[in-house]
Design a protein around this ligand. Sequence first.
Ligand code: RTP
Ligand code: MG
Length: 137
Amino acid sequence: MERTFAIIKPDAVERKLAGKILDRIEANGFAIRGMKKIKMTREQAEGFYYVHKERPFFNDLCAFMSRSPVIVLCLEKDNAIADWRTLMGATNPANAEAGTIRKDFAINIEENSAHGSDAPETAAFEIPYFFNAFELV
Ligand code: RTP
Ligand code: MG
């Protein structure tokens, strides 16, 4: 079993799409080990996305991710990291496969409804960034 870290991003929570996205998560065999609704501070968003700090979209991304609540999740299944990224679809919804979360729900390349860890080392940083051991069940 593998764990990954996921976020239902502000654009999706604002449009009341969280239930639909959680339904897809469970229907695709992921166990929800941790889940909570939080509103990130600007500083939390900057720390979470520090790998992107030199990218031109960093400021907009951190403003977006801290503008309203998100749902943070720890998901578990075999091959969870790759399978969750497949279920989300490409970063830019214009390039996402039919039936993916981003194809169906994302607004644009930035407001793209979901986040997923991209590697085991990333998941190992991201899960404890938001969850302590008692919050993972
Ligand atoms: P994520 O980290 O959120 O799961 O998405 P990702 O791996 O598919 O994309 P990544 O390259 O890590 O970018 C992180 C997030 O930054 C926003 N973004 N905006 N304006 C732009 O060109 C641009 N590019 C990326 C998106 O919200 C993306 O998910
Ligand atoms: Mg990424």
